[in-house]
Design a protein around this ligand. Structure first.
Ligand SMILES: C[S@@+](CC[C@H](N)C(=O)[O-])C[C@H]1O[C@@H](n2cnc3c(N)ncnc32)[C@H](O)[C@@H]1O
Length: 356
């Protein structure tokens, strides 16, 4: 699984249990990111639709959600990974851009990324194996990168993991049907069909995922884009439209619209206590689906909160920020169903005026 800000690693067991307790057979993961929640839903037996705006998330969803492990030619997949792992490095765009002009990967790994991605493009473009192999490469590159988890900057000294050689692995595919949709939740939410359960995990702030993970966007698009800045970001990031969820001004209305339009019997929304919308307002939004219960889980903040207090010369320039926050999980739907769903976490239920 790639490093991804806001990924719901700790909440996955809770979300999977909510799905199981609801007996949902169809599920929507509307801001799927790494797809780890969608994968947990699929592993629990649901037919999942995973939506996100980024190319990166859409390829991950193509691999882990839309690919059915039962219909994949496993021998061909293993052979493909083996052949790609044996390819010698051949320096190209990745090496020049992300190893010479910037320092996200060591050049020996950059050249291997170039060679492997070019081979996938030449041999597998448009095939069922393409998203699986691009995912395998993205995960391999993530294991040897030299960042703190976002691609807006690289670390000053090479990260210890960046010395290791790039090695692709066969992704752990899941059996069953699923769907990957690349699109804006605001545009597609009404056209996806009906679901037993929908999970919504929108961005919390102004930081755009296509900028935070621009190298994955380029690795997927494989279009050698013109770039700008120290981090060599795609120029489309500077020029392109922003998600309504990345602006304090547009986010509340966009979220209310999406929550209101999502066609599901049970709606689960996760948010944290640093977001632009207060808990009472979130509860009001979810009320269109019936009764609302709120669970609150304490969680550690991004490592940048701890280390982002030094300047490039390594001098201390600030104090450590808040290290913990609360992850809220709002569950909305029919009263009896919602009460049954949240029963295992009774002691974590938040009582607010709006929820009662
Ligand atoms: C908090 S992250 C989701 C993390 C995910 N639940 C996980 O566990 O990996 C928010 C996601 O919303 C996506 N996103 C941002 N704006 C969007 C929009 N308008 N429509 C759909 N997805 C969007 C981002 O690309 C990002 O992957």
């Amino acid at each position: 699984m790639i490093k991804y800000l806001g990924s719901k690693r700790r909440l996955v067991p809770v979300l999977a249990q909510l799905l199981e307790r609801s007996r949902a057979r169809t599920a929507l993961d509307l801001f799927t990111g790494t797809t780890r929640v969608a994968q947990a839903f699929k592993a629990a037996g649901a037919e999942v639709t995973a939506v996100d705006t980024t190319r990166c998330a859409s390829v991950l969803a193509g691999c882990y959600v839309a690919t059915d492990a039962q219909t994949v030619d496993h021998r061909a997949l293993e052979k493909a990974v083996d052949v790609l792992n044996r390819l010698p490095g051949r320096a190209g765009y990745v090496t020049e851009t992300f190893c010479v002009q910037s320092r996200f990967f060591q050049p020996h790994n950059g050249a291997r990324i170039d060679a492997v991605r070019s081979a996938i493009d030449a041999e597998y473009r448009g095939s069922d194996l393409e998203p699986v192999l691009v995912t395998s490469l993205m995960e391999a590159a993530d294991r040897v990168d030299s960042t703190t988890g976002v691609q807006m900057a690289y670390v000053k000294q090479w990260a210890p993991r960046s010395f290791r050689p790039l090695e692709l692995r066969v992704p752990d595919l899941l059996p069953g049907a699923g769907h990957a949709v690349r699109g804006d939740a605001c545009d597609v939410v009404a056209d996806l069909g009906e679901f037993d359960l929908a999970y919504l995990d929108p961005p919390y702030n102004q930081h755009r995922y296509e900028a935070n993970y621009h190298i994955w966007e380029t690795l997927v698009a494989w279009d050698a884009p013109v770039h700008y800045g120290v981090a060599c970001k795609r120029t489309e990031i500077r020029e392109g439209a922003r998600s309504a969820f990345n602006s304090r001004r547009t986010m509340p209305e966009a979220l209310a619209r999406v929550v209101g339009a999502v066609p599901a019997r049970v709606v689960v929304l996760s948010y944290n206590d640093e977001s632009w919308i207060g808990l009472d307002a979130l509860i009001e939004m979810c009320r269109v689906h019936g009764h609302v219960e709120v669970l609150a889980f304490p969680s550690n903040r991004y490592v940048g909160a701890r280390i982002g207090i030094h300047n490039p010369a390594g001098e201390r320039v600030g104090t450590v920020g808040r290290l913990r926050n609360l992850e809220y999980v709002l569950v909305a739907g029919d009263r009896a169903t919602v009460r049954h769903l949240v029963e295992p976490w009774r002691e974590l239920t938040v009582s607010t005026r709006a929820a009662s």
